[in-house]
Design a protein around this ligand. Structure first.
Ligand code: NOJ
Length: 554
């Protein structure tokens, strides 16, 4: 078994360069600013950064509308700044992955401009056209309520074009071999500039070929294999992390047989976690985890609590979703696209440290690789005065200084959260850094623990039966070591009786505190958990040479 799969034990941190740190005082975050904050990120312990799109863009969908795949948005710096940044990130032991947005371009991209001028010319077949307005033009919108249709008439081309997202994001015809070559070329370019892979945007639509009249390929999934093969040749240890909010039956196709995506976000676990937390009942999450197929050995789930989009609860039943809405975002203004919540984690959980820690502890110990959203390590909140998903994309809160220390300019690119319990005067890096009990320092410690527990990233896992439905217990086994992690999703304290799932009666050594557990009554353990309590145990072995028993045998 190859042990070089770095992403199995990685801690990924997502940020938008535009809102992280302004290095030149013009109000917009940039690569110079981000570079200065590498010490902070290394100190936090993250091992991989995921950068949201930073290429030239009309910026009508936060950069997910790219007009030049080979450049840097001049507001954020230039290619030289980018390379200086990736170089320095490497010196800090931090890998960088970037968004790969190739389901669509901006309508300002020269390919689309050429295509609409001359639909029969070279670039015409780069996009998806129809002579008549398709019957399903007002179906399948990703942003219901804000996006009126999926087909728009282009006056210049005198044709309708398909766009899964907004009308300024025409879909590329990825069945066209020339478009596929372009995608690989884009990947090759950024790999050469130091990135370790890509978060691939909108993957389910990349394999859908909707509206394409004469697809140039028979098997749409072959694109994912081409991407993986190319990636592996150009950079053996680079990864593809898929944004694919799909069912567990479908997800198998995205992983392939060690030949498509290495990582896929676990949207199902994410949504059911919130339902479980709302109900104080681990069952929905347990059911979601049990649905997970066995993964090929290079494959891995990516776990997250929040990201830059709405918290999408679209896979829950209407009733279940309403239940979560009522508990975590009851006001209409907190909800979005009929399916989600436009809030950050800490504010959704009312700043309740017990629930925030439970949520993070769980995310760090679910089967897979954890992915954090910048600012959540501090407990930042949202600004509901901003439209749609912008509410959770406010600048990083560095200090209590003006504009949270994000910029010296008078006007930041987006207003900071400045008032209330989550405003930057209350929630910021500078103050939390000095406070050993702060959420920032807690996060730093939990990240350290996660990295020191490779069983969690690599191990075979199974769900253990507990005597309490509020508690999720998972056992991991890897290379002769085992861990058992417990999470009480309910506010009520409880005592669980637990069979650790191994052959022998073993003590359980607590990795986070001195609160260890000895077996009682044969192999069984009896563990008392506070409301929202969590435990990370390493299963003990009888080895007298081990002085520090919570350490793994390596
Ligand atoms: C998914 C991204 O996460 C979202 O922010 C974006 O609007 C769409 N893809 C379109 O690129």
């Amino acid at each position: 078994m190859i042990e070089d799969l770095w992403y199995k034990n990685a801690v990924i941190y997502c940020l938008d360069v535009e809102t992280f740190m302004d290095g030149n005082g013009d109000g917009v975050g940039d690569f110079v600013g981000l570079r200065r904050k590498l010490d902070y990120l290394a100190g936090l312990g993250i091992t991989c950064l995921w950068l949201m799109p930073f290429q030239p863009t009309p910026n009508r969908d936060n950069g997910y509308d790219i007009s030049d795949y080979y450049g840097v948005d001049p507001r954020l710096g230039d290619l030289g700044d980018f390379v200086a940044f990736t170089h320095e990130a490497k010196l800090h032991g931090i890998r960088v992955i970037i968004d790969l947005v190739v389901n669509h371009t901006s309508d300002q991209h020269p390919w689309f401009q050429a295509a609409r001028k001359d639909p029969d010319g070279r670039f015409g077949d780069y996009y998806v056209w129809s002579k008549k307005r398709p019957k399903d033009a007002n179906k399948g919108m990703v942003f219901p309520g804000v996006q009126p249709s999926t087909w728009t008439y282009d006056k210049e081309a005198k044709l309708w074009y398909f766009h899964r997202f907004f009308d300024f994001q025409p879909d590329l015809n990825v069945s066209n071999p020339e478009v596929r070559e372009q995608i690989l070329k884009v990947m090759g370019f950024w790999l050469e500039l130091g990135v370790s892979g890509f978060r691939v945007d909108a993957v389910p639509f990349l394999v859908e070929l909707k509206g394409v009249k004469n697809p140039g390929v028979k098997n749409p999934y072959a694109l994912l294999e081409e991407m993986r093969e190319f990636l592996s040749w150009r950079k053996g240890d680079a990864i593809l992390l898929a944004e694919a909010n799909v069912t567990m039956d479908e997800v198998v196709e995205f992983f392939g047989k060690n030949d498509r995506m290495q990582l896929v976000f676990n949207f199902l676990a994410n949504q059911n976690f919130y339902l479980s937390l709302t109900r104080g009942d681990a069952t929905p999450l347990v059911d979601a985890l049990k649905e997970s197929p066995d993964l090929p050995h290079t494959a891995q789930w990516a776990n997250f609590l929040r990201n830059h989009d709405e918290l999408d609860l679209g896979r829950l039943s209407d009733e279940d979703r309403q239940e979560v809405f009522q508990s975590l975002g009851p006001d209409k203004g907190m909800q979005l696209y009929d399916r989600g919540l436009r809030r950050r984690l800490a504010s959704m959980l009312d700043g309740d440290r017990r629930r925030i820690e439970l949520a993070y502890s769980l995310m760090f110990t679910l089967p897979g690789t954890p992915v954090l959203w910048y600012g959540d390590e501090l407990g930042m909140g949202e600004n509901l005065a901003l439209v749609e998903r912008q509410s959770v994309r406010t600048p990083m809160q560095w200090s209590p200084e003006p504009h949270g220390g994000f910029t010296l300019a008078d006007k930041p690119v987006k207003p900071l959260v400045s008032e209330g319990p989550f405003g930057f005067p209350q929630v910021n890096v500078a103050q939390q850094r000095r406070d050993p009990a702060s959420q920032l320092n807690w996060t730093e410690r939990i990240i350290r623990a996660r990295k020191e527990c490779p069983e969690l990233g690599w191990g075979a896992w199974k769900i253990l039966r507990t005597s309490n439905k509020g508690v999720l217990a998972i056992r991991y086994d890897w290379k002769g070591n085992a861990m058992v992690v417990l999470h009480n999703l309910s506010s009520r304290p409880c005592t669980v009786k637990l069979d650790t799932g191994g052959e022998e009666a073993c003590p359980l050594y607590n990795v986070l505190t001195e609160d260890h557990s000895e077996p009682v009554d044969g192999k069984r353990h009896v563990v008392t958990l506070e409301g929202y309590g969590y435990r990370w145990f390493r299963v003990g072995q009888d080895n007298p040479a081990r002085k520090h028993k919570a350490e793994p045998l390596r």
